[in-house]
Design a protein around this ligand. Sequence first.
Ligand SMILES: Cc1cc2nc3c(=O)[nH]c(=O)nc-3n(C[C@H](O)[C@H](O)[C@H](O)COP(=O)(O)OP(=O)(O)OC[C@H]3O[C@@H](n4cnc5c(N)ncnc54)[C@H](O)[C@@H]3O)c2cc1C
Length: 400
Amino acid sequence: MSRRRVAVLGAGIMGCAVAIHLARRGFDVTVYDREPAPMAAASRWNEGKIHLGYIYGADPTLATARHLLTGGLQFEDRLRELLGEDLDGHVTADDDIYLVHRRSVVGPETLRAKFEAVSDLVREHPDADRYLVDVSDARTAEIDPDELGTLAGDDIVAGFRVPERSVETRWVADRLAVVIASEPGVTLRLDTTVLGVEPADGERDAWRVRTDGDDERVNVVVNALWGGRLAIDAGAGLVPQPPWTHRFRQCVFIRTRTACVAPSALVAVGPFGDVKNYNGRDFYLSWYPAGLVAESSELELAAPELPSGPEAEAFVGRVRAALEPLMPGIGRVFDEAESTVVHGGFVYARGAGALDDPRSGLHRRDRYGVERTGTYFSVDTGKYSTAPWLARELAAGIAG
Ligand SMILES: Cc1cc2nc3c(=O)[nH]c(=O)nc-3n(C[C@H](O)[C@H](O)[C@H](O)COP(=O)(O)OP(=O)(O)OC[C@H]3O[C@@H](n4cnc5c(N)ncnc54)[C@H](O)[C@@H]3O)c2cc1C
């Protein structure tokens, strides 16, 4: 093997980004995915919040915010590097609104202090002016009771505006899929399931990637399989350390016939839901208890079948019924739907428990990143928002 050959497992945002960086550094890269196209799983069907850390209001420390911040602030720069174009026109226009539910696992006083502490962290960060909007003067603004009364239902006890933005993940997915397909140095092996990775006999730093097609020998493996990652790690000798949780979350993507006025709002903190308004016509809507369709602490969770027909309609009805009392007026988005898609993806997290338990490990996300054994690297992406940054760091590390 004269040129260094790399197998990247998984063509989500992490796998695609690592593969592009490694190919541009001269490696021969093969990317494997069981889907027929890149960026077809969680990295396509998520909300696209580019986290600054506010959402983990129940982490008693600032560790999650600190862990998320650099990747979030650099998201646009790192993505521009990959795509060769800006995100202009594909980013939410307004600050996100956090609505505090009366059954929130953290009360409004604690959240106010937490949000202010996160805003301090954001302002102090050297990359604060590189976010999707300049956040070098980030502030948390509490919504006054009169305005809150017009925005939210009786179960909402406080509201805050924070300067977080989201991106249209389907646009990003389409662009990244085009870039990786035309990247010299990257070979895509789609419709191919990875079955295992083992040390190749008799060679140092050589691995055999077993698939349902041909096997391949490589020098370096990057496991970016997200939901499918741990089972392959275990076979490669990287034993997963519990606790962890795999969840499959379903949500609703609506395009409306006409523009609708609705804020991007999230009900905090616990098993609630949110609405994302990307551009007045494209919306993401979720209700956690309805959308959590499968959960497991086994090595892998089988992908549940997505609903269609009346089952999908019933799911959309459940999301609407839960959101409407909390965000009066949101029904218009459903009434105006020109197209409605029910989709979703896996969420992997190191931690366990239920979101209505303040002690649950799922309320923090401060331990994701890369583990390795020799030249086998396993990436817990943690968040979409940090993936392009983390991918670049990993590729630089592999290239030495
Ligand atoms: C409903 C929802 C909302 C979310 N909202 C946000 C948000 O607002 N902000 C945020 O930062 N994050 C969010 N996330 C999390 C985010 O989507 C993920 O962290 C991120 O997309 C993971 O990227 P990835 O490349 O690691 O995984 P993926 O995009 O899932 O890519 C992994 C790939 O591996 C493939 N694969 C798996 N197993 C195998 C196998 N054995 N053989 C071959 N291929 C295999 C899959 O087909 C997939 O294409 C959300 C997730 C969900 C589900």
